[in-house]
Design a protein around this ligand. Structure first.
Ligand SMILES: Cc1cc2nc3c(=O)[nH]c(=O)nc-3n(C[C@H](O)[C@H](O)[C@H](O)COP(=O)(O)OP(=O)(O)OC[C@H]3O[C@@H](n4cnc5c(N)ncnc54)[C@H](O)[C@@H]3O)c2cc1C
Length: 512
């Protein structure tokens, strides 16, 4: 088979890219070793991801994709896709009194979403096929060779038949430890600042995390819940119960190797279900909540999650972010990062059969490296304090400052000439945000009690357009648009202009 672009893997990012390229007139073959609907992790969207999805939808004129970008639109226009409402991030500790809640959206309509990836990815894969992409499911790409003028790939289909593909360019969307890294023996970073394993499953009937109380910015069940535990942290993402009773929840224990070793929690060779039971016994509050929960598929233990290559591009190939670097589900950065890559690669590949220009490829690779360094530092700081929810809640204000500043900037200011998608994720190219993350990481590493609570308010101030790290509001933060007006000068706007642009933060209609 001959094509212009070969894409390995059919996650949502690969499928969106494939659809864009075929609509530009290129031939695209996607090779997927599994078959849709297939299980996948990485379910929690964020405002920066929604923004990227909206830009993609506008650029290509895809109203259906526009409608995937917020919980309100998704549930109204795609009722067949299972999802959950996500109003913000919640951090819960071992004791009922310790919790931090940070709202990410002003209302339910523009809320973020927990995507049931099986449904969303299948929808996007089928849409790419409808647009003209060739999707080879149950086909495992096993080897690839980059030659002078072409890429030659060898795959094996479900009937063990060989499939030979010749392409002009290849995009690797196969995830960590993916195809190109192994086939091309791409250099991998040997030392990363932390290491953890993941024990994950989908559960039915998990009791809700906390009841709604007066003054809470949202219902805790409608958020990405981060539980601090002595072995690391546990994420909890709840799907709506419109489709299934009892409702479905995605949970994963992030098990930091050093902490587990210190506490005598064996990971290697452990039976996943027994390990889950053992971890629950260590956290009585969680054990109580999981009492009625039933797994919908076997719980799985994945060894060291961290993954970082030295480069993301080469002549005739580019890696998607997740195939290049992965650190931790903390702060849910993956979907937004992957969508930025779709924007960048879609533009670079355009309608050219000869693949992107080398200078542009290098630019893509350098930006990914910068973003990966920024994410690594941000998460390394969280690893220092992840078992102490007070400190984690204060430390996380650095992430929230980066996310809210860049989102507000992108919604309220005119786009630069080359587009917002060439600005780095979470302000990795903004010196001030880099300084904030670096200093917060330093404070977290010091491990001095109360230091983060004292330092974070002053530290985030130059990029604080959202009233974060405020001892008067802590630990509950609602979205307050008046704060954006008060802090408009940080965005280079006067109060009146900022006020006139507030509707841009409340979501736009298609075509606006
Ligand atoms: C534990 C965990 C939790 C996460 N949580 C979040 C979160 O809450 N929010 C967030 O924004 N991000 C999260 N992420 C990141 C998110 O999952 C990724 O950003 C996203 O999945 C990337 O999508 P993708 O389309 O590039 O590829 P993926 O979704 O990773 O898909 C890769 C595809 O490639 C296929 N494949 C692999 N090898 C081959 C081969 N040799 N031949 C053919 N096909 C192949 C696989 O079958 C798979 O379908 C999380 C990641 C992990 C690991």
């Amino acid at each position: 088979m001959r094509t212009d672009v070969l894409i390995v893997g059919s996650g949502f990012a690969s499928s969106l890219l494939a659809r864009a390229l075929v609509e530009n007139g290129l031939g695209v073959i996607i090779v997927e070793r599994s078959a849709h609907p297939r299980f996948s992790l990485g379910e929690s969207t964020t405002p920066l991801g929604n923004l990227a999805l909206e830009r993609i939808a506008r650029r290509y004129g895809w109203r259906d994709v526009w409608n995937l970008a917020t919980w309100g639109r998704l549930t109204e226009h795609h009722p067949e896709l299972r999802c959950g409402k996500k109003r913000g991030f919640t951090f819960l500790g071992a004791h009922a009194s310790t919790e931090v809640m940070v709202a990410a959206s002003p209302n339910d309509v523009v809320a973020d979403t927990q995507w049931l990836r099986a449904d969303v990815d299948e929808y996007l894969a089928r849409a790419a096929v409808a647009a003209g992409a060739v999707l080879l499911e149950r086909t495992n790409l096993v080897s690839i060779q980059i030659e002078a003028t072409r890429v030659s790939a060898h795959a094996v289909d479900a009937s063990s038949e060989a499939v030979e593909i010749s392409a002009g360019f290849v995009v690797d969307g196969s995830g960590p430890g993916g195809l190109l890294a192994t086939q091309l023996d791409l250099p991998q970073r040997s030392r990363l600042p932390f290491a953890s394993s993941l024990l994950f499953g989908h559960f039915e009937g998990l009791a809700e995390p906390r009841p709604l109380m007066d003054g809470m910015p949202y219902k805790p069940a409608h958020s990405a819940v981060h539980h601090s535990v002595d072995t690391g942290w546990l994420y909890e993402l709840r799907f709506d119960d419109r489709h299934a009773q009892p409702s479905l929840t995605s949970c994963g224990w992030v098990l930091e190797h050093e902490r587990c070793e210190r506490l005598g929690v064996e990971l290697a060779g452990s039976d996943p279900e027994e390990l889950h039971e053992l971890l629950l016994r260590r956290s009585p509050r969680l054990q109580q909540r999981f009492a009625e929960a039933q797994l919908t598929r076997p719980i799985e233990l994945r060894g060291s999650m961290q993954w970082r290559l030295e480069g993301a591009v080469g002549e005739r190939f580019a890696l998607m972010p997740q195939a290049y670097a992965f650190y931790d589900p903390m702060f849910s950065v993956g979907i937004a990062w992957s969508l930025l890559a779709v924007e960048r690669l879609g533009e670079m590949l355009g309608d050219s059969r000869s693949g992107p220009d080398l200078v542009e490829l290098q630019r893509y690779g350098s930006l990914l490296a910068r973003e990966a360094d920024h994410i690594e530092l941000l998460i390394a700081g969280a690893y220092s304090v992840m078992d102490n929810v007070e400190d984690l809640g204060w430390y996380a204000q650095a992430y929230f400052a980066a996310a809210s500043f860049t989102e507000t900037q992108q919604r309220m200011l005119p786009a630069p000439a080359d587009g917002w998608h060439w600005r780095a994720l979470l302000g990795a190219d903004d010196d001030q945000l880099c300084d904030i993350v670096r200093a917060a990481h330093g404070f977290a590493s010091e491990g001095s009690p109360g230091l983060l609570a004292r330092k974070m308010p002053g530290l985030v101030a130059p990029r604080n357009v959202a009233g974060l790290a405020n001892p008067a509001s802590h630990p509950w933060y609602a979205v307050d648009l008046e704060t954006v007006v008060d802090k408009a000068h940080l965005l280079g706007l006067d109060r009146e202009t900022a006020r006139s642009r507030l509707p841009l933060l409340l979501g736009q209609a298609w075509g606006q």
